[in-house]
Ligand binder design. Structure first.
Ligand code: NAP
Ligand code: MN
Length: 264
């Protein structure tokens, strides 16, 4: 079996990464940064987001595992003192794989040209470059509302505990193949009206955002930020691709939610 390992870059994560590398090689696993079967991320959820984007070209052949060197994470749910156990589990046991939904983003341009396609593990947000964002929002091909406000956040189920949660969105179990649209400070008065609630779309529904007056937007894809000019539309839907996580022990999603936000 071939593995790759990424670190957050701090001392603690780097040392842990080196130790795991040695252990895994002792167990006859091969380090392969190009075609890994398993990718281990050491750091936090942010580190796993980075690992996802680094290896997204082979999602169907790679399983991810996250070790946290700070606080408990949603993707990084192994502790440093469990790594011996984890290495043995990776080397010796056929592991289970769970799949989580991803978000597909397609940006089309007014001048035509090749559309840009992105894949997000947590979410994609849209904000204006200057002033209020104004967007016509179409759902499943029909005009739904004209949004005016700071921005919009479209998240995956596993991203629902991140930015989406701070915007008042619901926490969605990752076994549900859906995306969630949450508003950032919409303008609501006698003239302008939005639905005000987060929306959850199933996998056969598409959300299309069409600019009303501006053409340039700041679009984020997880931790990445891109300036998009001359935008004709931004299309969001559940991706056909999924991320795979290697599971060596049960750690139910709702327990992770409780341990992260309530008490552990
Ligand atoms: P960051 O600013 O270092 O991370 C923001 C926080 O979000 C960190 O505590 C991170 O955990 C946590 N996080 C990431 N994914 C999560 C998930 N699926 N569920 C719960 N918490 C999660 O930036 P980053 O580490 O590069 O992460 C980028 C993410 O930050 C974006 O995808 C977005 O979700 C989030 N963000 C949140 C807000 C907000 O809540 N107002 C604003 C902007 C961005 P770790 O410490 O373990 O990395
Ligand atoms: Mn982080």
């Amino acid at each position: 079996m071939k593995f790759a390992i990424t670190s957050k870059g701090d001392d603690k994560s780097n040392k842990l990464m080196q130790r795991m590398k040695m252990y895994l090689q002792d167990f006859e696993l091969t380090l392969d940064e190009e075609r890994p079967d398993i990718v281990i991320s050491v750091g936090g959820d942010g580190t796993l987001l980075y690992a996802f984007h680094r290896f997204k070209y082979r999602l169907d052949q790679t399983a991810f595992v996250g070790v946290h060197t700070g606080h408990l994470g949603f993707y990084a749910d192994w502790t440093p003192d469990e790594i011996e156990k984890l290495v043995i589990a990776i080397a010796k046991t056929p592991y289970q794989v769970v799949e989580y939904p991803l978000l597909e983003v397609i940006v089309r341009y007014k001048h035509g040209g090749v559309p840009s396609k992105f894949l997000a593990l947590n979410e994609s947000t849209v904000k204006g470059v200057e002033g209020t964002l104004v967007m016509d929002i179409e759902i499943k091909g029909q005009q739904f509302e004209t949004f005016r406000g700071d921005g919009l956040c479209v998240s995956t189920p596993s991203g629902s505990t991140a930015y989406n949660k701070a915007l008042g969105g619901a926490i969605i179990h990752p076994s549900i193949n859906a995306i969630q649209i949450a508003e950032m400070a919409s303008i609501n008065n006698r003239v302008f009206r939005t639905v005000g609630s987060p929306l959850i779309l199933p996998d056969h529904h598409t959300c299309m955002m069409k600019p009303v007056n501006q053409n340039d937007f700041i679009i984020t894809i997880d931790h990445l930020q891109v300036l998009q000019r001359d935008v004709k539309s931004i299309q969001y839907r559940v991706s056909d691709e999924k991320i795979r996580f290697a599971r060596f022990r049960p750690f139910p999603f709702w327990k992770r939610v409780r341990d992260s936000f309530i008490a552990d």
